[in-house]
Design a protein around this ligand. Structure first.
Ligand SMILES: *Cc1c(COP(=O)(O)O)cnc(C)c1O
Length: 364
C-alpha cells in the first residue's frame, strides 16, 4: 500500500465543480486584486471565527508581521514565542526589528509551557504569541492572565489550527489579533500563498488593511510606509468555496486521529494528546515521538507510508538564528530529534489507517 504523508486529492475531487466555478468567476470578473471576492471571504471568515474583522493578506508570515507592526512592536522590544514553533513565528518578530524570546513547550501538548513564561519576561517584553501547534489550541486563558499581570499584548499564530476550539471559542478569537496562513497544506488551504488577520479591535483591523496595501488609506494617498501583501481574488474565491467544508474535513481528521490513538499500541511510540471539549484539536498534524525516530521513519517509508518531521532543526540551532544561545532549550531539541508526523489528511480510508496502525505496531 502507498500512503502519502498528505494529499489534497480527496478534498479537491469532492468539490471539483465548485473550485472550477470559483476560478472561472474570477477570470471572468476582470478584477484580480482587492475586489469583491476578497471582501466576501473576509466577511465569511470573520463570521466563521466569531470575530468582527478579517483582513486578507499575502501569507501567514505577513499576517503575523503586520499585526506586530500595527501594534508598534519593533526595535528594542522582545516577544515571547514557543521554542518548537515553525520558524515563521520567530521571523515575524525579527522582521519588525524586535527580538524573539524562545520559551520551552510542554512535551505532552507541544504547546508553550505557561509555567515557564514569567521567567522569560523582562523590561523589554511587549507581547506573547500563543501558537496552536499541530492544530491543538494553546492554553490561552493562562497566557492572557499572565499578560494582563505584566501589561503585555497577546496574539495568536493560528496557522495550523483553522476551526479549532478552545473552551467553546474558535482560535483566531482568543487574543488581541491572530494570524492565519492559507498555505495549500493547511487545514484551510488556497492554491498558492495566502493568509489573513482576525481581530475584534477596529484600530488593528484598519492599520493592517492599510499596511497590506502600500500604507494607503485612499487610492494614491499613503499615510505610512506599508507593504504589498494582499489576498488575491483567485485565492479568496477558492477559500470561499472551501470554507463551508472545513468543519466536515476537520471532523474527518479527528476520526482518523481517534483511530490512530486507539490502534497504535507500540511501547516505543509516544502518541499526542486526544482532542477534548476544552481543547478541540483539528489535527493539522498527527505527531508521534520515538527515540529511534530515523529507524522508524525508514521502516515506514520502506513500507510505502509517507512521513515528515515538524521540525528537524529547532529555531535556536538554525544558521539564521546563530545569535541565539546554542544550548539552553533541551525540550525543543528533544522534540526535533524524536518527532515524526504520520499520514493525516481528509479522505484517509479505513484500510489505509489500519495499515499505518499495523505497520507502526510491527516496528521493533
Ligand atoms: C505555515 C505556518 C506559518 C507561515 O505561513 P505562510 O503562509 O507559509 O507564511 C506561520 N506559523 C506557523 C505555525 C505555520 O505552520
Amino acid at each position: 500500500m502507498n500512503i502519502p504523508f498528505s494529499t489534497f486529492e480527496h478534498m479537491h475531487l469532492e468539490i471539483n465543480e465548485k473550485l472550477n466555478n470559483a476560478l472561472l468567476k474570477v477570470l471572468n470578473s476582470n478584477y484580480y486584486i482587492l475586489g469583491n471576492y476578497c471582501s466576501i471571504f473576509e466577511e465569511e471568515y470573520a463570521r466563521y471565527c466569531g470575530v468582527s474583522y478579517c483582513i486578507g493578506v499575502g501569507n501567514g508570515l505577513d499576517a503575523l508581521t503586520l499585526i506586530l507592526k500595527a501594534c508598534d512592536i519593533g526595535y528594542g522590544d522582545e516577544v515571547i514565542i514557543p521554542s518548537n514553533t515553525f520558524i515563521a513565528t520567530a521571523l515575524a518578530v525579527s522582521k519588525v526589528g524586535a527580538t524573539p524570546v524562545l520559551v520551552e513547550p510542554e512535551l505532552a501538548t507541544y504547546n508553550i509551557d505557561v509555567s515557564c513564561i514569567e521567567k522569560a519576561i523582562t523590561q523589554k517584553t511587549r507581547a506573547i504569541i500563543g501558537v496552536h501547534l499541530q492544530g491543538r489550541p494553546a492554553d490561552m486563558d493562562s497566557i492572557n492572565s499572565i499578560a494582563n499581570r505584566y501589561n503585555l499584548l497577546v496574539f495568536e499564530d493560528a496557522a495550523q489550527a483553522h476551526g479549532a476550539h478552545y473552551k467553546g471559542n474558535k482560535v483566531g478569537a482568543l487574543s488581541l489579533a491572530a494570524g492565519f496562513s492559507f498555505y495549500p497544506s493547511k487545514n484551510l488551504g488556497a492554491l498558492g500563498d495566502a493568509g489573513c488577520v482576525t481581530t475584534n479591535n477596529p484600530d488593528i483591523a484598519q492599520k493592517v488593511s492599510i499596511l497590506r496595501n502600500y500604507g494607503s488609506n485612499v487610492k494614491y494617498s499613503h499615510i505610512c510606509k506599508g507593504e504589498n501583501s494582499r489576498l488575491d481574488e483567485i485565492q479568496a474565491s477558492i477559500l470561499s468555496a472551501k470554507l463551508p467544508f472545513l468543519d466536515k474535513w476537520n471532523e474527518d481528521r479527528r476520526v482518523t486521529a481517534k483511530r490512530y490513538l486507539e490502534g497504535i499500541t507500540n511501547p516505543l511510540v509516544t502518541l499526542p494528546l486526544a482532542s477534548d471539549t476544552d481543547y478541540e484539536h483539528v489535527y493539522h498534524l498527527f505527531v508521534i515521538r520515538c527515540n529511534r525516530r530515523d529507524d522508524l521513519k525508514n521502516f515506514l517509508n520502506n513500507r510505502g507510508i509517507g512521513t515528515t518531521e515538524h521540525y528537524p532543526i529547532p529555531i535556536h540551532l538554525q544558521e539564521a538564528y546563530k545569535e541565539l544561545n546554542k544550548n539552553y532549550l533541551p525540550l525543543a531539541e528533544e522534540i526535533s530529534k524524536t518527532v515524526l508526523s504520520i499520514p493525516m489528511y481528509y479522505g484517509l480510508k479505513d484500510d489505509e489507517i489500519q495499515y499505518v496502525i499495523d505497520t507502526i505496531n510491527s516496528f521493533i
